[in-house]
Design a protein around this ligand. Structure first.
Ligand code: IMP
Length: 194
């Protein structure tokens, strides 16, 4: 039978909402780790998005023993040799990440402003543990635009608009998180058919 409920190992309300919006219509309910009774926030000391996603998923799985997903994601900027990458959440105090990034990028010309968001979704159940990956490629703008989304959305331009200028459904069509969640969904669907 197809899994109908997943616990998401996150304390980030934005990530939770996006996963709910993407999986809800597919018939999979996402509940937060808090709702599932798992009060933990393990140290994310892995070297890669996959490592950190697995650290988070494992910590919650060990408490709830139900199918768990965890998201680790970040922004990789070409002109900054891939920074902030796995350090995206720690790059600047909350709410100041865009300001710092725009400042670091102030002398970078148009043609060198490419960046991508990367997302690893770790999935753990009693039978397996595995990561699914997604990517969204765009450009870093010169100013913050838009009020939706979170984190670096106001400076990340995709097809002429920042992610913060997009409606939730639009971001959820093209985002790194949506791509990784879709990979997981396809896997679960195939496994169910085996
Ligand atoms: P994590 O909780 O360690 O995975 O931190 C990910 C960080 O990357 C977040 O705090 C955001 O700053 C950034 N990030 C990840 N996904 C997104 C997104 O969809 N939009 C904007 N920023 C994101």
């Amino acid at each position: 039978m197809m899994i109908s409920k997943l616990v998401m190992a996150t304390n980030n309300a934005h990530k939770l909402r996006e996963a709910m919006e993407i999986f809800g219509p597919l018939g999979i309910e996402i509940i937060s780790q808090r709702e599932a009774g798992a009060d933990c926030s393990p140290e994310e000391n892995g070297a890669t998005f996959d490592d950190n996603a697995l650290i988070k998923a494992e910590a919650v799985y060990n408490i709830v023993r139900l199918p768990v997903i965890a998201d680790d994601s970040g922004l990789c900027v070409d002109a900054l040799q891939g920074r902030p990458g796995v350090y995206s959440a720690r790059y600047a105090p909350k709410g100041e990440e865009c300001v710092r990034l725009l400042d670091e990028m102030k002398n970078v010309p148009d043609e060198k402003r490419q960046a991508h968001f990367a997302c690893s979704i770790a999935y753990i159940d009693s039978e397996m543990r595995r990561c699914f990956n997604g990517c969204c490629t765009g450009m870093i703008g010169y100013e913050q635009r838009g009020k939706n989304g979170f984190g670096y959305d106001p400076v990340f331009i995709y097809a002429g608009r920042t992610l913060a200028e997009m409606k939730a459904e639009e971001k959820n069509n093209i985002s790194h998180r949506a791509a990784a969640l879709r990979e997981l969904y396809e896997f679960l669907k195939e496994r169910q058919g085996e």
